[in-house]
Write a protein of this length. Structure first.
Length: 287
């Protein structure tokens, strides 16, 4: 069973989205929550939001790519680490500029791992701890135009699973949460990052002004509830994918590369790419 004695939680990327809501809900449950935000401008805003919710949060500026911020976090006595901070870079694997590729991995992989290394060793010395990696369904499957983001989440999956094996003898729990397409604005922002690329637009394979996130998106509540429960130790499953209605599709898609031929579909547009041309931004999922 999960260790219910762990109470001091650090949630990274808590300024928006799933991280913000998980930090609030954990505080409502009585956890001692440190909410890490990327920039100082988010600190006071989150403090006000906490007052409005009637909860207490320790709000700290924590950019996971900043070594000084990571060292600062080692002083907080973290017992539960929720690695939620992340960014999404949209675009074709053959178009995304070098600096954007590097930034994707710095924020989603390198920064969080370096932060976790120090905190995990503190957990080992303490003899207990919990590390929750917010991965993605894209860490298990792939889609056109999210390949670099997906690659970063595949890396997170490898790190988290390996870490779970390495830390089990030290009584440190490791889990992943894998959100699918949820309507938080994150997915649609991914399809706007091309607007700031420093490249030659004439050399791009695709015109990104014509493309949108290719799927209808779900209400975020399922992820907020699951992430909170996993962080709190109320759920002890290692992998936690939401929405659960996509479990079977996810498993089936993991089988596709085993049967794919190099000549499959040559000369035709992949259906997922066509969906990006047809879909409108921020399309909600309806039953």
């Amino acid at each position: 069973m999960a260790n219910t004695a762990l109470r001091r939680v650090l949630v990274t990327g808590a300024g928006t989205g799933f991280g913000l809501e998980a930090a609030m809900r954990l505080a409502e449950k009585g956890f001692d929550v440190i909410a890490g935000v990327e920039i100082y401008a988010q600190v006071q805003t989150l403090k006000w939001q906490a007052v409005e919710r009637g909860v207490e949060l320790q709000v700290e500026k924590l950019d996971v790519t900043n070594d000084g911020d990571r060292r600062k976090a080692l002083k907080w006595g973290v017992e539960i680490l929720v690695n939620n901070a992340g960014v999404g870079e949209g675009g074709s694997t053959v178009d995304i500029p070098e600096s954007n590729i590097r930034h994707q991995f710095e924020v989603n992989v390198t920064g969080p791992l370096l932060l976790t290394q120090g905190i995990a060793k503190q957990m080992v010395k303490r003899g207990a701890g919990r590390i929750v990696w917010v991965s993605s369904r894209e860490g298990l499957n792939v889609n056109p135009f999210t390949g670099i983001y997906s690659a970063s989440k595949h890396a997170v999956e490898a790190i988290a699973e390996t870490m779970a094996y390495e830390l089990q003898e030290h009584n440190v729990e490791v889990a992943t949460v894998n959100p699918g397409p949820f309507l938080t604005g994150f997915n649609d922002r991914m399809f706007q990052t091309w607007e700031s690329w420093e490249d030659d637009p004439s050399q791009r394979l695709f015109d990104y002004s014509e493309l949108s996130f290719p799927r209808a998106q779900f209400d975020p509540e399922a992820v907020c509830a699951t992430l909170t429960a996993v962080a709190a130790g109320e759920v002890d499953s290692y992998r936690n994918l939401e929405p659960k209605s996509m479990l079977e599709e996810t498993r089936q898609l993991q089988e596709v590369p085993w049967n794919r031929k190099t000549t499959d579909g040559l000369g035709t547009r992949h259906p997922s790419i066509q969906h990006s041309y047809e879909m409108r931004p921020e399309t909600p999922f309806t039953q």
